[in-house]
Design a protein around this ligand. Structure first.
Ligand code: ZN
Length: 288
């Protein structure tokens, strides 16, 4: 199946009371692990690509070509969206031109009127081309590609203004942060999430910083309109732990254990397991 917009899969998820996993990818192994796991679980999936990850892989065109070829070579039949994560305006335009099926424009650091104006321009472009668009209101805490967010709580009135532009999904800060959560993290603010959910009239909401949010909070967020959950750091940690264990066991020094296909295999398997765990938690298994 070719790449699809995330619009239909997220509307179906919001109506069905589950969420679709957005998994950030970093290389060929990562992409293959996510695609094959989603296929095995018969689940829709969103491949998230930050500007930094795209640069690492060669550029947006390389990412599009690799993903399209994997969909074909691996006979992937579940719906897959290729989505720019936290893009600036120019990144969003570059991804639209390169063949992404979905983009996020993160204008949360602009004054709200400027965020709305830029989001509107991209909404029009994405609408014409049949791509899905994610907007953001209220910066999400932590660091994403060098952009520091303060972990704000989004204003439901501003959320409604952006949702009313006709974007397909909305990321709103509700106390969530990127990366590992500190021990004194107060948790998601369900009061604010409930108000946003009501204000945007059922528009699919996006929960960023999925790593380390307790499962029961994730399930509760889904009941309040969260239909897309971003997972990045958790897969990185799973990959790192498995790779470390392989090397510390000395397996890389046995026979052909140095072969990159062997060296990267435990990390690959760890990503597959983590993605399956998330798909199961989010409730999207069997919903392709
Ligand atoms: Zn994010």
């Amino acid at each position: 199946m070719p790449l699809v917009s995330a619009k239909a899969m997220l509307e179906k998820a919001a109506a069905g009371g589950y969420a679709v996993a957005h998994i950030n990818i970093n290389n060929l192994e990562w992409t293959k692990a996510v695609l094959l796991t989603a296929q095995k679980a018969n689940s829709p999936v969103i491949l998230g690509v930050s500007a930094g990850a795209a640069k690492y892989m060669g550029g947006y065109k390389t990412v599009v070509a690799m993903t399209r070829a994997l969909l074909e070579d691996l006979n992937i039949s579940v719906p897959v969206a290729l989505h720019l994560d936290h893009g600036g305006f120019d990144d969003a335009v570059a991804c639209i031109n390169a063949g992404f099926s979905s983009v996020m424009f993160d204008g949360s650091h602009y004054p709200i009127d400027e965020n709305i104006e830029k989001t509107r321009i991209l909404r029009d472009a994405c609408g014409v081309l049949g791509l899905s668009l994610e907007a953001e209101v209220g910066a999400i805490g932590g660091e994403e590609d060098g952009v520091l967010g303060g972990g704000e709580l989004a204003d439901p009135v501003e959320c409604k203004r952006v949702a009313d532009l006709g974007v397909d999904m909305l990321a709103a800060g509700i106390g969530n942060i990127h990366g590992k959560y500190p021990a004194n993290w107060p948790g998601l603010n369900f009061d604010v999430l409930g108000k946003i959910h009501e204000a945007v009239g059922g528009k699919p909401l996006v929960l960023h910083g999925g790593t380390g949010i307790p499962d029961e909070m994730v399930r509760r967020a889904i009941t309040l309109g969260v239909a897309k959950i971003n997972v990045n750091t958790e897969c990185q940690l799973a990959f790192q732990e498995a790779t470390r264990a392989y090397i510390e066991s000395g397996a890389d020094q046995n026979g052909k254990g140095f072969d990159p296909r062997k060296l990267l295999a435990p990390g690959y398997e760890a990503i597959c397991a983590k993605v399956l765990e998330k798909i199961t938690l989010f409730g999207s298994a069997g919903k392709a």
